[in-house]
Design a protein around this ligand. Structure first.
Ligand code: PFF
Length: 446
C-alpha cells in the first residue's frame, strides 16, 4: 500500500481543532440543548455521555486509526486496508458512501448556515431590535419564503467552504480552524457570561439538567445514541479523512477523548447560554429553527446589549457550521486529488454539487427533509456500523494494535471490546429504530 502522505497537520492540536470543528456544529447549538430538555434533562445527559463513551469514542478511534494507517482518503483507505486484510474490495463502497453522504449533508446544512449568515447581517444592522415578537417571527417566515435571499447566503457559505478547502489541508483547513475555533470558544464563553448576568439562569439549568428519569423512555435512549453519532461526525469518513493527516507518533485514544470531551462541553455550554435567555423573556423552548431564529432574536431584541450579543451568537453559529462543512467535502476532494484531479478543481466540482443540491433544498422543503432523514438515519449509522465491523472483525489484530498506538494494553482491550460488541449492537438498535423495525420486533416478542 502507498504509505506516502503529501500533507500533514502542523501539530497534534491542529488535528484536534479540525476534528472538533467538524464535530461542533448546528447539532450542538440547537439540537442537543433541546433534546436534553425534552427527554429528561440530567437523566438524558447521563445516557448521552454513556453513548459518547461506549459507541462514539470507539468508532471515532477506529476512523482516525484507519485514516492514519492508510494515509489516504476514506475510499482509498478502505480499499487499501481491505486488500491488506485479504477482504473484498467492496469495502471501498463504505468510503464512497461517505463521500456521497458528505455532499448530501452539505446540501441542507448550507441552507441553514445561510440563514445563520442572514441573521449575522440582521443582528449587525439591528433589524430585529425593538421589534415585536410577531414581526420577528414573520421575518423568519419571510426569509424561508424568499428564494433570492436564501440563495444569496447559501452561495456565500458554499463559496467560503470551497475557498478554505481549495487552499489546502495545512494552509486552508489547518489555518482556518486555528483561527475559527479559539474565536468560537471565546464567543461561547462571552455568551455564557451574558446569559448568566441577564437570563433566568436557574430555570435554564433546571430545564436542561434536572434529572427526570420518568421521561427517559426507550425512544430517549435511541435519540441519545443517534445524536452521539451525528454530533461526532461519525460514519461518513470525515474523521477518517482528517485522521489521514495526523502525525504518526501520537496516541489516537487520548486525542479522540479530548475531541469528544470538547464537543460535549460545548454542547452543554451552548444550552446554558441559550435557555436562560429564552426563559427570561417568557418564551417557550421551542425546537429546531424556531428556537434559534425566532425565540433567540426575540430575546436579544428585548435585552441590554442585545445587538452586540445577538451578532456574537450568530457569528458563533456560522463559525460552527463552517468548520463542520469543510469536513463534509474534504473526503471527496482528497479522493479526487489522489486520482490526479487538481485540488482546486476537485473542490470546485464538490462545491458546485453541494451548491446545486442546496438550491434544490431552497426550492423544495420536502427535498431538504428527505436529505436530512436519509443521511442521519441511514448513511451515518450504516457507515459507522460497517467501520466498526471492519476495524473490529476484519482487519488483522496486530495491524490494528500497532496503528492505534495504545500505550496501555488494558485500554486497547477495552476499546476492541466496545468496537466489536457494544458499538455494533448499539448502532444496529438505532438503525432498526429509525426504519421502524425495532417496534415490529418488540411487538413480535411481546
Ligand atoms: N457534527 C456536525 C454537527 O453536530 O452539526 C454535523 C456533521 C458534520 C455530521 C460533518 C457529519 C459530518 F461529517
Amino acid at each position: 500500500m502507498n504509505t506516502q502522505t503529501p500533507v500533514s497537520w502542523t501539530n497534534r492540536w491542529t488535528f484536534i481543532l479540525a476534528a472538533t470543528g467538524s464535530a461542533v456544529g448546528l447539532g450542538n447549538i440547537w439540537k442537543f440543548p433541546y433534546i436534553t430538555g425534552e427527554y429528561g434533562g440530567g437523566a438524558f445527559v447521563l445516557v448521552y455521555l454513556g453513548c459518547i463513551l461506549l459507541v462514539g469514542v470507539p468508532v471515532m478511534v477506529a476512523e482516525v486509526m484507519a485514516g492514519r494507517a492508510a494515509r489516504a482518503n476514506p475510499v482509498d483507505a478502505m480499499l487499501g486496508l481491505s486488500r491488506d486484510a485479504g477482504a473484498p474490495a467492496a469495502w471501498g463502497f463504505v468510503g464512497l458512501a461517505g463521500v456521497v453522504g458528505g455532499l448530501l449533508i452539505l446540501m441542507f446544512y448550507s441552507v441553514v448556515a445561510g440563514w445563520a449568515l442572514d441573521y449575522v447581517w440582521q443582528s449587525l444592522t439591528g433589524t430585529y431590535q425593538a421589534q415585536s415578537a410577531d414581526s420577528i417571527s414573520e421575518n423568519f417566515a419571510s426569509l424561508t419564503g424568499s428564494f433570492p435571499r436564501q440563495w444569496l447566503w447559501q452561495t456565500l457559505f458554499v463559496a467560503l467552504t470551497g475557498g478554505i478547502i481549495a487552499a489546502g489541508v495545512t494552509r486552508g483547513i489547518g489555518r482556518a480552524v486555528e483561527i475559527l475555533m479559539p474565536l468560537l470558544f471565546v464567543f461561547l464563553l462571552m455568551l455564557l457570561g451574558y446569559s448568566w448576568l441577564n437570563g433566568d439562569f436557574v430555570r435554564g439549568l433546571e430545564f436542561m439538567y434536572q434529572p427526570d428519569f420518568g421521561k427517559l423512555s426507550r425512544e430517549a435512549v435511541l435519540v441519545a445514541m443517534g445524536h452521539a453519532f451525528f454530533t461526532l461526525s461519525l460514519g461518513m469518513g470525515a474523521i477518517m479523512a482528517y485522521g489521514a493527516y495526523m502525525p504518526g507518533e501520537h496516541s489516537v485514544g487520548k486525542t479522540v477523548i479530548t475531541i469528544a470531551a470538547l464537543d460535549t462541553v460545548i454542547a452543554l455550554v451552548a444550552g446554558m447560554a441559550i435557555f436562560p435567555l429564552v426563559f427570561a423573556n417568557g418564551l417557550e423552548p421551542s425546537s429546531g429553527p424556531g428556537l434559534m431564529f425566532v425565540s433567540l432574536p426575540i430575546a436579544f431584541a428585548n435585552m441590554p446589549g442585545g445587538m452586540i450579543f445577538g451578532s456574537l451568537f450568530f457569528i458563533l453559529v456560522s463559525i460552527a457550521a463552517l468548520s463542520s462543512s469543510i469536513s463534509l467535502i474534504e473526503p471527496g476532494v482528497a479522493w479526487l486529488e489522489r486520482h490526479g484531479v487538481k485540488r482546486r478543481w476537485g473542490t470546485f466540482g464538490a462545491a458546485v454539487i453541494g451548491w446545486l443540491g442546496g438550491t434544490a433544498c431552497i426550492y423544495s422543503g420536502s427535498f431538504f427533509d428527505l436529505l436530512d432523514h436519509i443521511t442521519a438515519n441511514y448513511i451515518l449509522p450504516l457507515g459507522g456500523l460497517l467501520i466498526a465491523i471492519f476495524v473490529g472483525w476484519i482487519m488483522q489484530r496486530q495491524t490494528v494494535e500497532t496503528a492505534a498506538g495504545f500505550e496501555n494494553p488494558l485500554y486497547f482491550k477495552l476499546w476492541t471490546t466496545a468496537l466489536r460488541y457494544i458499538a455494533p449492537v448499539g448502532i444496529l438498535l438505532v438503525f432498526l429504530h429509525s426504519i421502524g423495525l425495532l417496534d415490529t420486533f418488540m411487538q413480535l416478542g411481546a
